[in-house]
Ligand binder design. Structure first.
Ligand SMILES: C[S@@+](CC[C@H](N)C(=O)[O-])C[C@H]1O[C@@H](n2cnc3c(N)ncnc32)[C@H](O)[C@@H]1O
Length: 296
């Protein structure tokens, strides 16, 4: 059997990727690998390492190869049915948690995550704020299955806010809420926002197009953001906030959209790279605080 050092030299992968594979498959930490490059790999580990390395060399993302990705300190299962959660999206979670903490009265805050994918945002919020009652929707049944499995594994079954309520909808269409429901304190979404002709789409070919460009790709990538904003107000409490992730060049357009729909204190927040990544606002003031009629 080859030694670790020999396999690393021949595998033709970035060093970090190769180390992560060895850590996952052979169970040797990176410190152990650095200290003992002479160790021999097991025959079964070698076969698996070579198979996984071939997938990485073909361009498949590490998260799909390992079926996992860390987000907000939690280890999520990811499959090709869901977008790989991005570090940028942690900003959306930070802003949502800050808003929940600013709410005036002690209550079980209510949160809706639209387009939940792996469940990353909804589950991170539910994990960080055990009292919050969290809903999460997606149009993809296969994504929802991944999200439900992540919630079952990552959340305390006895959390005060109860289980995350996952639903299959077309954005607001088909969302089922309890009759006496008093609207959401916070609606968050990282929807598909990539324009149909974006040259970077080919780099993302392993991820589901439904998560990247949506069901109806448009030239500006804003069609899903428009649908979410257009019907958000009746679902928000008076002091409720809508928070939306968007593309690096879409902040001004999303702010305009929010302002056009009457949202107050519209803002954009920058991610760690200094890019305006999340925009949001408070619920429009003059609106009837009744639930909209049930949508089919
Ligand atoms: C960019 S991904 C975000 C996934 C996850 N929230 C995250 O941040 O990692 C967008 C998600 O929106 C879902 N989606 C696309 N069109 C939808 C629609 N019409 N109604 C509900 N969800 C939709 C996709 O299936 C996908 O899971």
């Amino acid at each position: 059997m080859p030694s670790l050092a020999e396999w690393m030299r021949g595998c033709d992968l970035a060093r970090l990727e190769a180390q992560v594979l060895v850590e996952t498959v052979q169970g040797w930490s990176r410190a152990t690998q650095a200290a003992h490059p002479e160790r021999e790999l097991d025959a079964s580990a070698l076969e698996r390492l070579n198979a996984l390395a071939a997938r990485l060399r073909s361009g498949e993302p590490l998260a799909y190869v390992l079926r996992q990705r860390e987000f907000y300190g939690l280890e999520f299962e990811v499959t090709p049915d869901v977008l790989i959660p991005r570090p940028d999206t942690e900003l959306l979670v930070d802003l949502a948690l800050r808003h929940l903490d600013d709410l005036p009265e002690p209550r079980h805050p209510t949160v809706l995550d639209m387009g939940t994918g792996s469940g990353a945002i909804a589950i991170a919020i539910a994990h960080a704020r055990p009292k919050a009652r969290v809903w999460a929707l997606d149009t993809s049944a296969t994504a929802l299955a991944v999200a439900r499995a992540n919630a079952a594994r990552l959340l305390d079954p006895h959390r005060e806010g109860g289980a995350v309520n996952f639903q299959q909808t077309d954005w607001w269409r088909g969302l089922q809420l309890p009759t006496a429901f008093a609207c959401f304190d916070c609606v968050v979404s990282n929807p598909p926002y990539i324009a149909a002709n974006d040259p970077h789409l080919s780099d993302l070919r392993h991820e589901p197009s439904l998560a990247l460009t949506g069901q109806h790709p448009t030239a500006d990538g804003l069609s899903d953001l428009r649908q979410i904003v257009a019907e958000a107000a009746p679902h928000l409490r008076e002091d409720g906030r809508l928070l939306l992730e968007h593309g690096y060049d879409q902040a001004a357009a999303v702010r305009d959209l929010l302002i056009a729909h009457g949202f107050r204190e519209v803002f954009s927040a920058r991610d760690l790279a200094g890019i305006e990544r999340v925009s949001g606002g408070f619920c429009p003031q003059q609106r009837a605080h009744t639930m909209p009629p049930k949508m089919a």
